[in-house]
Design a binder for this molecule. Structure first.
Ligand SMILES: [Zn+2]
Ligand SMILES: [Zn+2]
Length: 126
């Protein structure tokens, strides 16, 4: 499909706005991490600080749902072997996070949220 000049400009504009939002979120995250004394996000994810927050979020979800296991809040999958992660809805309170700042979500849904295409070979059958 060929795009008209206007459609093309419109798309380019939208992409620029999205990129701007991502950059702002990234900068906010970096500033928050610096304030906490972490050099990188990866470093933070290794920290006891993050681990205990993560435990808290998983626990809270089980209590809220009355389950003894956690589920992906996007696709509702709750298989034992499922790889659950936390997706930040905001980085505003990074390091001082509230449970509602993140969502429990599986790796596959998380990749979709961030626009990373997962390798189709990795997608598990039902
Ligand atoms: Zn999922
Ligand atoms: Zn995320």
């Amino acid at each position: 499909m060929r795009l008209s000049r206007e459609e093309y400009d419109e798309q380019a504009k939208r992409r620029a706005i999205e990129a701007g939002h991502k950059l702002a979120a990234f900068k906010a995250r970096r500033a928050a991490l610096r304030a906490l004394g972490f050099k990188s996000y990866e470093g933070y994810l290794e920290s006891e600080h993050w681990r205990s927050f993560r435990r808290l979020v998983f626990e809270a979800q089980r209590v809220r749902l009355g389950l003894n296991r956690n589920v992906c809040e996007s696709c509702s999958s709750s298989k034992d072997e499922i790889n659950l992660q936390l997706h930040h809805l905001t980085y505003e309170r990074m390091g001082n996070g509230r449970i509602e700042d993140v969502r429990v979500i599986c790796r596959e849904c998380h990749q979709k949220v961030h626009g990373i295409k997962s390798d189709p070979r990795e997608v598990r059958g039902r």
